[in-house]
Design a binder for this molecule. Structure first.
Ligand code: GLY
Ligand code: MN
Ligand code: MN
Length: 447
């Protein structure tokens, strides 16, 4: 009986105080039965055109990800995640497909989508797939749709008509696409199209921003839910469950990376994701989390006091990190570099450490750079050395990690570079000491 009561108490403790939800607004790109989400036909057409304009004449071939069998013989659709390059250019979640672009001097001359034929017996197990046919053309806006059996002859014809080389994502040749090399004579060159695609992917278009904003909004809600649910003696995995429950209940497809929920000593381990410790009343807990929605992931970190109120020491270190982050955010504009932003954050810490770290700069506890691009990958593609352009999305995430005090503080927000400055996309997650404590007090956990 006692055990049963304890179990009940635990359930009450971890069940959501309030199931955080984005509310009645419709899921902006809700799933279509069998095909993933609808394709933004115009956005993907423009991306293909941009690519072809940059490459000039030749043939571009992009393989989709292959379906994989993670659980021995049990193949399920959830095991599959589309290749980011293929997704960028097609918006399609179909496995084992190919995109072939014949490029001329004025951009795309013809795009071809190559799809495996449907297999009704297989579909009984893993659901309906998009096969070659008019439905695929209508869904994707790629008017030439062929079956996989026609790929070799399509490539032979495209290469013989082309006035230029073959380009592909060279690194993926080993994944079933060693086949690509066989389409060429040994002396013919194969050019890696990734640097170009990576550079295009650095600036997000409107269709990408719809998905990214949704991923980030969901993640901010999860932070709010966690702030309201956390309490001393809870396990880190219970807080992780609250977070990931909020992801799924709002339509996130999966986590963009394993959730980091590190309390007390674990708060100083940068990518701790075991999440098994029982949290104590005086601990802080670092929650570095990101929902993935429609192939795009958020990456937002909040550090909060488990009992709802920062100690004076925690508050001082937190305020120093927050000040450094804000100084970097204030400096964001087109043309700035990650290195400059990092320097601004470090200078802030140097100038404001006072006696907080024994009279030295608290930067001795700073262990990592503060920025990376964000998009389909949590550490997204793009050259980190180049000046930022309007439309880029990236993180600003300073942290200080004081092992001797079991005190790690990281604050991470997702930033859109605008024409004149920055938009904090993750602003819905409380960030100041006052806002965090107020939300936690409002959850009536704290007297
Ligand atoms: N979540 C990993 C990172 O912040 O870089
Ligand atoms: Mn992060
Ligand atoms: Mn990050």
């Amino acid at each position: 009986m006692i055990i049963r009561l304890a179990g009940l108490a635990l359930v009450l403790a971890v069940n959501p105080v309030s199931a955080q939800s984005l509310g009645p607004a419709p899921d902006p790109v809700a799933a279509l039965p069998g095909y993933g989400r609808p394709v933004d036909v115009e956005a993907t057409r423009l991306r293909r055109q941009q690519l072809a304009l940059h490459t000039g004449p030749g043939v571009i071939v992009i393989p989709a990800a292959t379906s994989r069998d993670l659980e021995d013989l049990v193949l399920q659709d959830n095991d599959f995640r589309q290749d980011d390059y293929f997704f960028y250019l097609t918006g399609l979640e179909s496995p084992n497909a190919w995109l072939v672009i014949a490029a001329g001097a004025s951009g795309v001359e013809q795009s071809h989508l190559v799809l495996p034929r449907r297999n009704v017996r297989q579909e009984q197990w893993t659901g309906r797939k998009l096969g070659p046919g008019p439905e695929a053309a209508e869904l994707t806006g790629v008017m030439s749709v062929l079956s996989l059996d026609a790929l070799d002859s399509l490539m032979a014809a495209s290469l013989s008509q082309s006035g230029g080389p073959l380009r592909t994502v060279v690194a993926r040749q080993s994944e079933g696409s060693g086949r690509i090399r066989r389409w060429l004579d040994p002396a013919e060159e194969l050019i890696d199209v990734r640097p170009l695609l990576d550079s295009l992917r650095t600036v997000k278009d409107d269709a990408e921003m719809v998905r990214l904003r949704r991923a980030i909004d969901i993640t901010a809600l999860a932070h709010r839910a966690a702030m309201q649910a956390v309490r001393p003696n809870m396990y880190e995995y219970q807080l992780e469950a609250e977070i990931e429950y909020t992801f799924r209940v709002n339509g996130a497809d999966r986590v963009g990376f394993p959730s980091i929920v590190g309390s007390g000593p674990n708060s100083t381990t940068l990518h701790y994701d075991i999440n098994r410790r029982r949290m104590g009343a005086g601990d802080v807990v670092v929650m570095d989390i990101g929902a993935e929605y429609g192939q795009y992931t958020a990456d937002v970190t909040r550090t909060i006091p488990v009992n709802g109120r920062f100690t004076p020491r925690q508050r001082d270190i937190y305020s120093l990190v927050l000040g450094a982050q804000q100084a970097a955010i204030d400096a964001v504009r087109p043309g700035v570099t990650f290195e400059e932003l990092n320097g601004i954050a470090r200078s802030y810490v140097d100038e404001h450490s006072g006696e907080l770290c024994g009279g030295q700069s608290c930067n001795r506890y700073s262990l990592h750079g503060i920025s990376h691009h964000l998009g389909m990958r949590v550490h997204d593609v793009g050259d980190r050395r180049l000046p930022l352009q309007a439309g880029a999305v990236f993180t600003i995430e300073p942290g200080l990690y004081i092992n001797d005090e079991n005190l790690g503080i990281r604050i991470e927000d997702d930033i859109l570079v605008t024409a004149t400055g920055a938009e904090i996309l993750s602003a819905n997650a409380p960030r100041t000491v006052e806002a965090i404590e107020e939300l936690m007090r409002g959850a009536s956990r704290i007297p």
